[in-house]
Design a protein around this ligand. Structure first.
Ligand SMILES: *[C@@H]1O[C@H](CO)[C@@H](O)[C@H](O)[C@H]1NC(C)=O
Ligand SMILES: *[C@@H]1O[C@H](CO)[C@@H](O)[C@H](O)[C@H]1NC(C)=O
Ligand SMILES: *[C@@H]1O[C@H](CO)[C@@H](O)[C@H](O)[C@H]1NC(C)=O
Ligand SMILES: *[C@@H]1O[C@H](CO)[C@@H](O)[C@H](O)[C@H]1NC(C)=O
Length: 249
């Protein structure tokens, strides 16, 4: 398979409502898109631990005070603002035709066909904005706190295989499966269940232990692969097209 990433278009259509009862309040939750909270927390904690000193300082400056310099705690922000910032909804995913390939010019568009509205474009967009940190442009043009929170979130989403998936099955949202005894759609299994079950079964339900285990593999087991992931071609700072089309090395 030339691509390990597959995707999703659950946002505008078929967004089912779930009713959760919590502390005796009834909360209405629209369908969640993107990794679960833990999925995003994990990617952001790992990312933050790998920043250069300069980047780490910038992230500390940009994070809201309440985050206590923990990028992971803010990594689901982009999901939380999806109604306030309706324009940002298409930026969480990419739809492809039923081909195991992705082309920016063909596939990077929203559900109305507007070009350049997809997660790959968003990663380039917010990377470019963040490169203006500490320049005059940054003071006027962009909110770099938002740029940071979008970028760190979308870097997680683009690596959720069903966020770069087939339009025809809405990124696995129309595929029913069983996850152990529970009936789920495939998309949800990737967002939540795989992570949740791994935490419960192997890591004492402790997300920090899972993060440690991944970190260990990044520096040993997967070190060669990680070098490939980290290197963009053509002098690019971000290479989302590569994350989407990643071939097995
Ligand atoms: C780029 O960022 C700006 C500011 O958040 C936003 O208005 C615009 O929609 C973004 N475009 C993409 C493709 O991410
Ligand atoms: C930047 O965005 C953050 C998050 O939305 C917001 O809290 C903050 O007030 C914004 N800053 C400015 C200067 O608008
Ligand atoms: C780390 O790598 C080993 C060997 O490939 C694998 O068995 C294990 O599941 C990996 N751990 C994580 C958290 O991915
Ligand atoms: C890489 O990008 C930097 C900054 O934009 C530029 O100064 C440099 O010339 C580029 N190098 C190559 C080989 O394109």
């Amino acid at each position: 398979m030339s691509r390990i990433a597959i995707c999703n278009r659950f946002i505008m259509e078929g967004c089912r409502f779930k009713i959760l009862s919590l502390f005796s309040f009834l909360l209405l939750f629209p369908c969640v898109y993107g990794w679960s909270k833990d999925g995003h927390l994990i990617t952001c904690r790992i990312a933050q631990s790998r920043l250069s000193q300069t980047a780490a300082d910038a992230v500390q400056q940009l994070l809201p005070e309440s985050a206590g310099n923990d990028l992971g705690s803010e990594c689901s922000w982009a999901d939380n603002v999806r109604f306030r910032y309706r324009w940002s909804a298409p930026l969480h995913f990419i739809n492809t035709p039923e081909l195991c390939s992705y082309q920016y010019s063909r596939d990077c568009k929203d559900l109305d066909g507007e070009k350049g509205r997809c997660v790959a474009a968003a990663i380039k967009n917010y990377t470019t904005q963040l490169l203006s940190y500490n320049t005059a442009a940054s003071a006027t043009e962009y909110n770099l706190t938002e740029a940071l929170l979008f970028l760190s979130h979308f870097m997680g989403d683009i690596h959720q295989p069903l966020h770069v998936g087939f339009a025809s099955d809405k990124g696995g949202n129309t595929i029913d499966v069983h996850w152990y005894t529970r009936k789920q759609v495939l998309h949800h299994v990737w967002d939540y269940n795989i992570i949740e079950t791994a935490e419960e079964r192997f890591y004492d339900s402790n997300v920090d232990e899972l993060i440690d285990a991944i970190q260990q593999n990044i520096t040993s087991e997967w070190a060669d692969q990680v070098k490939i992931w980290e290197t963009c071609s053509q002098n690019q700072t971000a290479c989302p097209d590569k994350y989407v089309s990643l071939k097995e090395a």
